[in-house]
Design a protein. Structure first.
Length: 142
């Protein structure tokens, strides 16, 4: 199972990286995109949505570091590996979707980073065990 745990944590780490890139692109975009007499970032709903996603991602990233440290020590980290594999790719998908929404039509342009990220994160929820399988694994192990 150690190999599967490693794979699941690696996929969760990829999800974190893609989510961070999507958030960074979105914040940059929102701070400069003219909207409604100001910029998109002036809208409280936009700032609050980004803040919520940043908080959830930071919590997941912290748990990911803890799980990786457990794996390095050789302790049983199956619950964390399955939990993170279930949650972080789903969160990355949510963040990528939000990024596309905030970018509007520019979020679909192939030359932009957000479009590519929105395609890349889809695989992470499937590879290494589908989200539903990971949830079953967590339930079995707790």
């Amino acid at each position: 199972m150690r190999g599967l745990d490693h794979e699941r944590l690696c996929l969760a780490a990829q999800a974190v990286g893609l989510a961070e890139a999507a958030l960074a692109a979105t914040v940059d975009w929102a701070r400069t995109r003219p909207a409604y007499g100001g910029v998109l970032w002036d809208k409280q709903a936009v700032r609050h949505r980004v803040a919520d996603l940043v908080g959830r991602l930071a919590a997941g990233k912290t748990l990911l570091y803890h799980a990786a440290a457990q794996l390095d020590r050789g302790t049983d980290g199956r619950v964390y590996a399955a939990l993170l594999k279930a949650q972080l790719p789903e969160l990355a998908n949510e963040i990528a979707y939000t990024a596309v929404q905030f970018h509007g039509g520019a979020g679909f342009v192939r030359e932009g980073p957000v479009e590519r990220i929105s395609r890349d994160v889809r695989f992470l929820a499937i590879g290494g065990g589908a989200t539903e399988v990971m949830r079953d694994e967590v339930a079995r192990l707790i």
